[in-house]
Design a protein around this ligand. Structure first.
Ligand code: PHE
Length: 376
């Protein structure tokens, strides 16, 4: 039974076996995610709308065009879903094929094609933690706007550009635009700008809003790095870019407590939302959770993401959270133990004990055989 639940794309990830994306999260059927966001509120007539680009891209587009170096952690197979990696597991190259990890993967191509301002929306894929706000596939909207060189200046050195008025003008326009969008979406909400680092923007910022008693990140953005524009053959041009996580935004707008709800077929969820209308989610009774612990001695070079990924592979969207609840090192043995609490819960039905035990047993044996850990 567990094996019939195993989902894999027909392609292979090379060094890492088949993708362990949840059944409904394969790229093919992603044209209508159940995202109750009215996209028009984010769009403006001046921006070209691009929303059907293939999520399978080259590392050249996703990383190299954006000055993300070959040794950047985001390029590791523990973070990114590779379709093929000609150089093998250890070797990152521009020729690798992968599922885009952000919509920024299309920035350079779209600018090179002559687009001056665009909004590019799509599904993006990341190996990540397992909890209520992380799912291996989610959606982003990329915004890019280039400015008239007569207004902001043309070709110059990176240092000259960063010290110029044009650069400040673009950063100010970016902040004003995004604050306006936030006000439109959330009403008057408290916001703050944080200095950030992205290899492909300079300067870079993050916008946070105060929501439910906490600061929450809503987007990353910045002035497009001169090097990115040079790579795209646009050394005379300057502009800004931002990347917005759409599920995060919808979760806040509609008070949706779990990211997996976007993938449910449950009418109690889907019937609550009408395009163009902001309704607050009315919670309905949840099916009961079941928690199981698993503890093991970790080998050298152990990556928690690999364990999360195994969990996704075994239980798909039936796994709600995987939390590291205990960690200690035995000084005599010089070994470190991790204990993870796995919470199983379906959004759509009750799970049986038998079913959960089968999943947990499969997870235990695969953790041992595939990650080389010693179970405790
Ligand atoms: N691509 C970045 C991310 O996914 C967000 C971003 C987009 C940052 C554009 C700067 C400019 O985190």
């Amino acid at each position: 039974m567990a094996s019939s639940r195993r989902r894999s794309r027909p392609t292979s990830t090379g060094a890492r076996g088949p993708l362990a994306l949840p059944r409904r999260a394969r790229p093919e059927p992603l044209t209508t995610p159940r995202l109750p966001l009215d996209r028009r509120s984010l769009e403006s007539a001046d921006f070209a709308i691009v929303d059907s680009l293939d999520p399978v891209v080259k590392a050249q587009q996703c990383f190299d065009d954006l000055l993300i170096p070959a040794d950047h952690p985001g390029r590791l197979p523990s973070d990114t879903y590779y379709i093929s990696r000609p150089g093998g597991k250890e070797e990152s190259s521009a020729a690798d094929t992968l599922l885009r990890t952000h919509t920024s993967a299309h920035q350079s191509t779209l600018m090179r094609e002559g687009n001056e301002a665009f909004l590019c929306t799509g599904d993006v894929y990341r190996r990540d933690e397992i909890d209520a706000s992380h799912f291996p596939v989610f959606h982003q909207m990329e915004g890019v706007k280039l400015f008239d060189p007569a207004v902001v200046g043309g070709a110059m050195t990176r240092e000259e550009w960063l010290a110029s008025e044009g650069c400040q003008l673009i950063a100010a326009d970016l902040k004003k635009t995004l604050e306006g969008m936030c006000d439109e979406l959330f009403g008057p909400v408290e916001k703050r700008w944080i200095d950030e680092y992205f290899p492909f923007t300079e300067p870079s910022f993050e916008l946070e809003i105060f929501y439910n008693g906490d600061w929450m990140e809503v987007l990353g953005c910045g002035v497009i790095h001169s090097g990115v524009l040079e790579n795209a053959g646009l050394q005379e041009r300057h502009g800004w870019a931002f990347g917005l996580g759409l599920e995060r935004l919808a979760m806040v707008l509609f008070a949706i407590p779990d990211i997996r709800l976007f993938w449910t077929d449950d009418k109690r969820f889907t019937k609550q939302f009408t395009a163009g209308q902001y309704d607050t989610f009315k919670p309905y009774s949840k099916y009961p959770p079941c928690k199981k612990d698993i503890a093991f001695w970790i080998p050298d070079g152990f990556e928690p993401n690999d364990f999360y990924e195994l969990g996704r592979g075994v239980a798909g969207e039936l796994v709600e959270t995987v939390a590291l609840i205990d960690e200690f090192t035995n000084p005599k043995k010089g070994k470190t133990s991790h204990c993870y609490r796995v919470t199983y819960r379906s959004m759509d039905r009750s799970l049986t004990d038998e079913e959960i035990n089968a999943l947990q047993n499969e997870l235990r044996s695969k953790t041992e055989s595939e990650l080389g850990v010693e179970l405790r």
